[in-house]
Design a protein around this ligand. Structure first.
Ligand SMILES: Cc1cc2nc3c(=O)[nH]c(=O)nc-3n(C[C@H](O)[C@H](O)[C@H](O)COP(=O)(O)O)c2cc1C
Length: 338
């Protein structure tokens, strides 16, 4: 949950005070407000929006603008807390520094200056539809633009977080990170795979270690985070935070379990949830997703997260089979009651 003063176990990082160093990585197509809320409740100390196009924001594209949305408070459950979500990084992409800055300004003007904890620049996405625009991982080939973008975004007054990847050569990677830090990046997340690797092969932890040693307090890690040991290794290497991506999808309860292993006080219902508690949390996710994106979007989101959320529980395969054949949210919620 968002904090304004350091609490026990909190980390001051990237210009922010966060409850812990375990964060939900940006996951396009997944990290909408209800999913962020779900992971925040499991303990994620920070989350990201989906990947938001600055060109889309400037053109007033409705789909893009909707990616900025948050959920209203949960009146039904009587939960009126303002802090349903942990701090959120607004993840932006553009191949042009001026467009990036104007897009960020438009987003901040739309939601107010306090909605997002930081402005994030995607310098990692290897997908052609993004790199073709000179954005995402393509920015690693145009460092001048990448640094100018960072400098320019920094002038807006919010912390700037950059997520990038390993380049083929380690010294080149470190020089790139160096330039980002010099340009004012408050946090640089390094994913130890090169853009051509996309999500294949093993993530290189060595390059992340070197970056963390060279820029103490500034580097967070992404890549092959599936178990408590992976998290402990990255933190032990000097990273200030670790981003959970496919590992969080495969098992959302990795958040509370890892936090508990790191010494954070975690309720048993999260650390070692019963099948009923897991089903209850999925049901709540479905109901919140319905409020956010309607029944179809809610069904897609539950189906995306249910295998991981029910992993290892009695009858989960059968439940997934039954859920798989339904496209109706009420029916799906009924299935989850059983
Ligand atoms: C479905 C999916 C969507 C992703 N979307 C983004 C994104 O929007 N921005 C980004 O920087 N990385 C994105 N990534 C990459 C992850 O944030 C992470 O860096 C990558 O999966 C490596 O971590 P892992 O090996 O622990 O999964 C995405 C990955 C997946 C699997």
């Amino acid at each position: 949950m968002s904090e304004t003063e350091p609490g026990p176990g909190s980390v001051t990082v990237g210009g922010l005070i966060l409850a812990n160093p375990l964060w939900l990585a940006p996951l396009a197509g997944v990290t909408t407000a209800p999913a962020r809320e779900f992971f925040s409740r499991l303990g994620a100390g920070l989350t990201h929006t989906e990947m938001v196009s600055c060109a889309g924001l400037l053109q007033g594209n409705l789909k893009t603008q909707n990616m900025l949305n948050f959920l209203p408070k949960d009146k039904e459950s009587g939960d009126f807390s303002d802090l349903l979500e942990s701090p959120v990084v607004l993840q932006l992409f553009s191949g042009d520094a001026d467009r990036m800055t104007r897009g960020a300004q438009a987003a901040v003007a739309r939601l107010g200056p306090h909605r997002f904890a930081a402005l994030g620049i995607n310098m990692a996405c290897p997908m052609p539809k993004v790199t073709r625009q000179g954005a995402g991982a393509a920015l690693m080939k145009t460092p001048k633009t990448a640094f100018e973008m960072t400098r320019s975004l920094k002038r807006l007054g919010l912390p700037v977080w950059v997520k990038t990847r390993r380049l083929s050569e380690i010294p080149e990677t470190l020089r790139f990170v160096d330039g980002l830090v010099e340009a004012g990046a408050d946090n640089v997340c390094v994913h130890g795979r090169t853009p051509p690797q996309r999500y294949e092969g093993q993530a290189d932890r060595q390059v992340v270690t070197w970056a963390a040693a060279r820029f103490p307090g500034k580097i967070s890690a992404s890549g092959d985070v599936y178990a408590v040991e992976d998290i402990e290794e990255y933190l032990g290497m000097g990273c200030v935070g670790v981003m959970l991506a496919r590992g969080a999808l495969a098992d959302p309860y990795l958040f509370p379990q890892a936090l508990s292993a790191l010494g954070y006080p975690i309720p048993l219902a999260l650390k070692n949830p019963t099948r009923e508690q897991r089903l209850e949390q999925l049901k709540r996710l479905g109901e919140r997703a319905r409020q956010f994106c309607g029944t179809r979007g809610a069904v897609v989101l539950i189906k995306r997260l249910m295998a991981g959320a029910l992993k290892g529980t009695r009858g989960s395969r059968e439940l997934r089979r039954r859920a798989g054949s339904t496209t109706d949210l009420n029916e799906l919620l009924e299935v989850l009651k059983t």
